[in-house]
Design a protein around this ligand. Structure first.
Ligand SMILES: [Ca+2]
Ligand SMILES: [Ca+2]
Length: 130
């Protein structure tokens, strides 16, 4: 009885660990694919320098406030620092906003559009929304 109980408990523990690993694999891969320094299909990508160069911040979702985000792999803050951008999405326009929460002036990026400079929005973007 005692050893059976231990065996059951070990089996339950192994099953739980396996499910945890499977669960992590399912949820982690889309997230890591989005913000990985590579401007993949379906992403809106902001660059530290003009001409889509320098550090990149690549997102597949709306971001309501750039504060707290860095260009991928760097310590450089994204907020008010993007100088060029690319809507590599495939279904809808993206609007880059001057202020957080999709407010203030905005610059529209049609599907597939690359802007090597951002004009009045240079170093001012603080949020974006599809
Ligand atoms: Ca990416
Ligand atoms: Ca701003």
């Amino acid at each position: 009885m005692g050893s059976n109980r231990i065996a059951t408990r070990i089996l339950a523990s192994i099953t739980a660990s396996f499910l945890a690993v499977v669960g992590l694999g399912v949820t982690a891969s889309p997230a890591s694919a989005a913000f990985d320094g590579h401007c993949g299909n379906g992403e809106f990508c902001l660059y530290y320098n003009t001409n889509l160069s320098g550090g990149v911040a690549d997102f597949s979702n709306n971001i309501s406030n750039y504060a707290g985000y860095n260009f991928w792999g760097t310590g450089g803050g994204l907020n008010d620092n993007a100088a060029s951008a690319h809507n590599n999405g495939n279904w809808q326009d993206v609007h880059l906003h001057e202020a957080a929460n999709y407010s203030g002036a905005n610059l529209e990026f049609n599907v597939g559009v690359k802007r090597n400079t951002l004009g009045a929005m240079a170093n001012r973007g603080s949020s974006h929304k599809w």
